[in-house]
Design a protein around this ligand. Structure first.
Ligand code: AMP
Ligand code: MG
Length: 327
């Protein structure tokens, strides 16, 4: 079974072909083009969607070429229907609908956040993990129970990806800024006190964002170090509490921020205290990609048929905990 997955929720337009063999998936190709706003600026939805529309033919043809398949060999198409930026989501949906209608290929709308989790599980071998989903669009602690991913904690305002990107942009860097902040943080050990806000099992980053901006004149390296230590410790505390509560014996971290070594370092020491296995999505597949969308399509196709073009949709705020999992 071969599935073409199309991702276009935010900055990335990606097409991937994944082959399902039993419970395992094999990524045959995963091609991406990333919209990069000018230094100091955030994602402009209209500009990002224009980028996706302009690059979609090239990404699609390169994806087929790399996988060494023709469009007729594809058994199904899945696209990220949400959550994400409306103008960006619509480009992926239009490409998926056009191919589905013209070539008569079954189509599946899928939830982007679910893709991060299931691809992470497939690539790491985690079976029943507590999940920390940390990206540009999410900061959530989740566990699977009775057909749904249940939220044990989340951000009350901005996501950790937005926090890092907004600080980076304020300092004049180009988004995404996570890697640059990680590099600067590694050059300091000076902790500047910053607001640490955990409410129940939720976190809040907006006060931390303002305070870090004020700390930058004292040195960008110390500001980045202190920012990472504070934000990651907050998520660590909430994650540790969720681990104790759920009794899960596996922790999986997925999403673009999962690429951060200091975050893994904090989480793996928490896991050691709880006799819990630690898994992190491989760096190449932790951020947004077509493979995560393709893999969900393949999992869903084992339990339900594709939908009609008339029923296809995009939903900007499609929460993961509303999706019923059938597989
Ligand atoms: P996603 O939305 O899943 O593609 O994740 C994108 C987010 O991951 C952006 O906010 C990036 O700044 C962030 N990111 C990427 N690499 C790193 C890193 N090494 N450390 C921290 N954040 C990162
Ligand atoms: Mg994402």
């Amino acid at each position: 079974m071969l599935c073409l997955g199309i991702e276009s929720t935010a900055h990335t337009f990606s097409c991937a072909i994944v082959e399902r063999k039993g419970k395992q998936g094999k990524i045959l190709s995963d091609v991406r083009k990333i919209y990069r706003p000018p230094a100091g600026e955030g994602i402009h939805p209209r500009e990002a969607s224009r980028h996706h529309a302009e690059n979609s033919p090239e990404v699609l043809s390169e994806c087929l070429k790399k996988a060494n398949v023709k469009i007729d060999d594809i058994d199904m198409i899945s696209y990220a229907a949400g959550p994400g930026l409306g103008p960006c989501l619509r480009i992926g949906a239009v490409v998926a609908r056009s191919l589905s209608a013209y070539y008569g290929i079954p189509i599946y709308p899928v939830n982007h956040a679910l893709g991060h989790i299931e691809l992470g599980k497939m690539l790491t071998g985690a079976k029943d993990p507590l999940v920390l989903l940390v990206s540009g669009g999410h900061t959530m602690i989740l566990a699977f129970l009775s057909k749904k991913w249940r939220v044990f904690g989340e951000t009350l305002d901005i996501t950790v990806g937005q926090l890092l990107d907004q600080i980076g942009r304020y300092a004049g860097f180009a988004s995404p800024c996570g890697p640059k902040i990680e590099e600067l943080a590694s050059q300091s050990t000076e902790y500047v006190p910053l607001p640490y806000v955990v409410k129940g099992n939720d976190v809040s980053f907006s006060g931390l964002l303002s305070a870090t901006k004020r700390a930058i004149p004292r040195g960008i390296e110390a500001a980045c170090f202190s920012l990472q230590e504070t934000a990651f410790s907050m998520m660590g505390e909430a994650t540790e509490r969720a681990l104790s509560f759920t009794g899960k014996k596996e922790l999986l971290v997925v999403g673009g921020v999962a690429a951060n070594k200091r975050l893994s370092n904090i989480l793996s020491s928490i896991c050691a205290r709880h006799d819990c296995k630690f898994f992190v999505a491989p760096k190449e597949y932790s951020g947004d990609c077509g493979s995560q969308i393709s893999w969900i399509g393949l999992l869903e196709s084992s339990k339900k048929p594709g939908i009609t073009i008339e029923d296809t949709f995009v939903k900007q705020s499609w929460r993961l905990d509303t999706v019923e999992i059938l597989y």
